[in-house]
Design a protein. Sequence first.
Length: 417
Amino acid sequence: MTSPGCPASAHGAAPVLLSGPRFATEPATLYREMRRDHGAVAPVVLDGDIPAWLVVGYRELHQVTGDPALFSRDSDLWNQWENIPADWPLLPMIGHKQPSILYTVGERHRQRAAMISHALESVDPFELKAHAEQFADELIDGFCGAGGTDIIADYAMMLPVRVLARIYGFSDEAGPALVTAMNDMIDGRERALAGQQHLGRSMVELIAEKQARPGEDVVSYMLQDPSGFTHEEIAQDLMVMMAAGHQPTADWIGNSLRLMLTDDRFAASLFGGRHSVAEAMNEVLWEDAPTQNVAGRWATRDTRLGDRHIRAGDLVLLGIAAANADPQVRTDASVLTGGNNAHFSFGHGEHRCPFPAQEVAEVIARTGIEVILDRLPDIDLAAPADALTRRPSPWLRGLTDLPVRFTPTAAVPSASL
């Protein structure tokens, strides 16, 4: 990589290609090697030989996310746009001139964050839990008599979007197509742009429906906000909310169940008990975060970060998983994190995931895990733990499948809400 904004490491090591199987098979080792070879800020190469920086140090990530004036969310600042083709597969992850909350800064961003938070705060937590329980029971009813299933495809990947679709105002039937579109978009592969387009059309249609017939749902509350956001802006924010609310939550469910089924610290005891679901979920946010890396921030001027010279317009990627494992803050990674929630898995600073959105994700994930453990108490892996594989993505960390077996049980149809 020859870009003056992303030189080779001062230690002589070459920039790291931000793709490949190691992000799926051994990310912890890969991030340790980055820290060893490059320090707290590593030069990386994106698809198409595009240079960027990956922040793998905890303190440095705190600095970047806590200083929006120096490290902006405005992607128009990027000094590489002239090298980005129109069909670049990472465009859904690193948008250009997208009028969404992700790329809005300053007072307008604060207004948008307030609009989203207010709309999500309108969701009754008891109703949200009831929705999650209902859909969880319906999904389990579909496979509980078989004695085995793939938890990822048949459960984790279906539950969050069905709950989110209902509280946003979508019909229940729209869920499966939204799942497919979002997975395509987030994986950043050949169908990424098609997935983004389907999601965008769905949001535009929903907004038109709710404009004509408002209801007690998140989209209707967003449309009622007095800050004067256009329908295009609201549609963009809904796409962000749906993608950020579904896929990481599905992976949070899958990764937590994997931990509870494979780690002796969480596996079933002789008396059939388990460590708390909440503890396992928090451990995942530290050790196996659904979001590995986030794009990103852009330097508003030349500066130094760690021991690196960052040029104005350089892209700085947030290494969530690497920073969570920084040995300067995790001196003994073998010790359970308990209630410590100082991880970066929900971000930090004014662009972090809004607290109401975090609460929605936690309710859906925790309910989904508790319901399946309650319905299938003898659930166990149906494959060797070391045979489980991850999706080939440097951005999100989730299982491709999680085969399990259990004693077949009868379906218990849930009551309609």
